[in-house]
Structures are given as C-alpha cells and as structure tokens.
Design a protein around this ligand. Structure first.
Ligand SMILES: NC(=O)c1ccc[n+]([C@@H]2O[C@H](COP(=O)([O-])OP(=O)(O)OC[C@H]3O[C@@H](n4cnc5c(N)ncnc54)[C@H](O)[C@@H]3O)[C@@H](O)[C@H]2O)c1
Length: 409
C-alpha cells in the first residue's frame, strides 16, 4: 500500500519474474500511470525484494510529482521500478539482465520508461535495446513529445547533454550529485550551518556519492569520511576527495593501497558515529534504522540514496532535532534533468542544467524545511504534501483528457 500519497492504494501492477537459466528473481512494480506512462530505474543486487522495489516505485511517483511546475514543458509521469535479486558482479549478470528485459519487452515498449540504478549500467541497457531493435529505453515518454520533428529535436538535445563533460566527467554522472549538493547547501544555510568548514560523511563513492563529495568539497565542506562496501576511509582534517575518487574501481570500491596521505581505514559499522554536521547516505537502502540511528552525530541528513532511513529511525531522529531531507527531493535531480532536457526546459548544456538544478532543488528544499517549521511536521511530511498537490493536479488533467477523448469513466 502507498503509505504517503492520498488514498492508500495498491500498486497499479506488480510482476515477479524467475530466470530459466539461473537462480535470479526479478520484480517490476508500476506504482501508477500518469499521462499513460511510468518511469523508473532498474537495479540489480543480491537480496533485492518485491517490498524494496515497491517502496522505490512509490518514491519515483513522489520524485516525479514534486517537479510539477507551472509553465514548464516537462509534466511529471508515474513512478515505476525494477529490481533483480542477483549479484551484479557475477559473470552471469549481463545474461540475467538481458533475459529480464526480454521478458518485459511488451511493457517496456508500451508504458515503462527504464533507466539505470544500483548495479545496472545505462550502457548495458542501451546496448541490449539497440541489439534487439527495440528503439529507445525511454520510448514511452518520448511518445508524449508529439510529432517526429519534436522527437528529433529532443533526441538532439539529449545527445548534446550526454556529450557534455565537466572537468573530464560526463554530465549525466554529475547531475544527481549536484542536485544533492544544492539540497545539502540550502538545508545547511537554513539551519544556520556555514558550509565552509562544515564536516560531512558520505556513504557511497559511486555516481551519487562521488559527485556529491566532489561538489560539497568544492563548496568548502570538509569531507571527513567516505564509506564504500569495504568500510570507512576517514580523515578528521578532510579527505582529498579527488585522490580518493581516483582510487575507485568500476564498482565504487577504493583501492586501500592508494589512499591519500592522512587517511585512516575504519570498520564499516563506524560510519555513523564519526563526528560531523552533515550525513549523506548515497549507497544502499535501509542502512539507518532504530538500532543504529542513536550513533548519529550529524544534525542534518540528506538522502542521496533511495530509502536509506527507516520511518521509525526518522521519527527518533526528529525528536533529537535531526532534520532529514527526503530522497524524493534530494536525489530527484537525475530524473528531473533527463526530462527537462527531453522536453526542452533546458538545452542540455551544463550552464542551463546546473542553473535549473540550483533553482529547483533550492526551492524544493526550502519549501520542505519551511513547511515543516510552519506545520510542526518533518521535512518529509511537508514535501509529501507538495507531491500530493502535484499528483492531484496531474491526475485531474488526465481525467479531463480522458473525458474529452470519450473514454468511459
Ligand atoms: N545514479 C543515480 O543517478 C541515482 C539517482 C537517484 C538515486 N540513486 C540512488 O543512490 C544510491 C547509489 O546509487 P549509485 O548510482 O551512486 O550507485 P553506484 O553503484 O554507482 O555506487 C554505489 C556505492 O555504494 C557503495 N556500497 C555498496 N554497498 C555498500 C554498503 N553495504 N555499505 C557502504 N557502501 C556500500 C559501493 O562501494 C559504491 O561506492 C542508490 O540508492 C540509488 O538508488 C541513484
């Protein structure tokens, strides 16, 4: 059931898939269709469950709905998610991915626009779609653009956007972490924390964690620890982020023989108790629960990962005055950026993309914090009210369109 948005309701569709040739199990949840389509990434990790995928699909609906903006060309769509319970490092992983996509092809071509998530690379998805002759992985959303000319212009903008490199790094690898950074800097300022010299711990050195650490550090924040699947790398004086990121492998694990001078290695479980002002979980879901939340020293948590903090832990943290900027606001930059570029709200350049992220993530973070203060609720609850408002407006628009087309109610 959808615990947040109005009218608790089951998902529109849930599918369980079993692989013929391995022990992989996969799940698809279409939380709801808006404008006839749903969008959301596909992850692969050992232990992935239907419940996790359902929570992620619901989060996608919220992540879309908060970005409804009057006058914008991008009008949000519904949320979806896929998950495969399988080790992405296995030599069999690519075959599992291909068979999963093959089984889901009719849905992917009609209403689920898919992208990469944890353990799955966009290049692999695109390569499979191309080899199979299925067209674009986001075809259902592209159809909303209208005529061939509009589609060609959108494709050109996307190609331009994905060709952009900033300091040698591809723009699509940066936008998500840039958005998280804007949310974090906005929240720090709102809560009276000067970002310059403030201390942050970032869990995850992949696309999200890597880019977030890079931009926070450029803003003067001291990254006192980063955490990967192998444990913690810490330096109370501030890590050399670029050097640390240069020592990562393709899975975001740091080579411990190439650590920056001054860096110490600590066990993974120590990550929450490190003294800091800002905590950015940017790796896995469900890593902060009531059992470990009391170790947290930070007064601000910005969720770069999806669903990292349990609802119970968030309540306990709120009682201690710790603010959590929710995932569906803080990490919404990647998803929104794709659609801003596709629909033409930005031209795909870094100048326009970063300016839009500055505007939108700042406005949403400010609205979540000021709504929380005004109504005596958490920033998540305040942001949920924004999502619910957006959702109601889009659903009403869909209903009116269906009536105009003579579709029976
Ligand atoms: N990539 C995006 O654009 C995007 C957008 C929105 C949300 N997210 C969410 O952000 C999170 C990270 O995504 P990503 O694309 O950066 O992943 P990634 O695969 O690029 O990187 C994951 C990082 O997490 C670390 N990690 C894995 N297991 C860990 C553990 N148990 N403890 C500590 N660290 C661990 C890995 O070592 C790696 O550094 C996920 O929750 C994802 O759903 C990603």
């Amino acid at each position: 059931m959808n615990e947040y948005l109005p009218g608790p309701r089951p998902s529109f569709m849930e599918i369980t898939w079993r692989d013929d040739l391995s022990d992989a199990t996969g799940y698809v949840v279409i939380d709801r269709l808006l404008r006839g389509v749903a969008s959301g990434g596909l992850r692969m990790r050992a232990g992935c469950t239907l419940e996790e995928v359902r929570g992620l699909a619901q989060a996608m609906t919220k992540k879309e709905a908060v970005h409804l903006l009057e006058g914008a060309r991008y009008v949000p769509v519904g949320g979806a998610k896929g998950g495969i319970d399988f080790d992405p490092r296995s030599p069999l992983a690519k075959g599992v991915l291909e068979r999963f996509l093959d089984s889901l092809a009719p849905i992917l071509q009609s209403y689920w626009a898919v992208g990469e998530d944890l353990g799955v690379r966009q290049d692999d998805i695109d390569e499979i779609f191309e080899r199979r002759g299925w067209g674009s992985a986001i075809a259902p959303v592209r159809r909303l653009l209208g005529d061939d000319e509009a589609v060609a212009a959108a494709d050109a903008r996307l190609a331009h956007a994905f060709s952009q490199r900033i300091d040698g790094i591809s723009q699509d690898e940066l936008v998500g972490g840039y958005g998280v950074t804007v949310a974090a800097l906005t929240a720090m300022r709102a809560r009276g924390i000067d970002p310059v010299g403030a201390r942050a711990v970032v869990q995850g050195l992949g696309s999200m964690g890597g880019a977030t650490a890079r931009f926070l550090s450029q803003a003067g924040v001291k990254i006192v620890a980063m955490v990967d699947a192998a444990g913690v790398v810490a330096d109370a004086a501030g890590l050399d982020v670029e050097q640390l990121l240069a020592a990562r492998d393709a899975f975001g694990t740091v080579d411990r023989t190439r650590l920056p001078a001054g860096a110490r290695v600590l066990p993974g479980d120590d990550w929450l108790s490190i003294d800091c002002d800002l905590l950015v979980p940017a790796a896995v879901s469900n890593c902060i629960g009531v059992e470990n939340a009391e170790q947290i020293t930070a007064s601000l948590i910005v969720e770069a990962a999806n669903l990292p903090v349990s609802a119970q832990a968030e309540r306990a943290l709120a009682e201690r005055g710790v603010a959590v900027i929710p995932d569906f606001v803080a990490n919404s930059g990647t998803n929104a950026w794709w659609w801003w570029v596709l629909f033409g709200d930005v031209d795909g350049s870094w100048a326009e993309s970063s300016a839009m992220l500055d505007d939108r993530l700042q406005a949403l973070t400010d609205a979540a914090l000021s709504g929380a203060e005004r109504d005596g609720v958490t920033p998540r609850e305040a942001a949920l009210a924004l999502a619910a408002e957006g959702l109601a407006a889009i659903e009403e628009h869909d209903r009116m369109q269906a009536t105009a087309e003579g579709v029976p109610a």
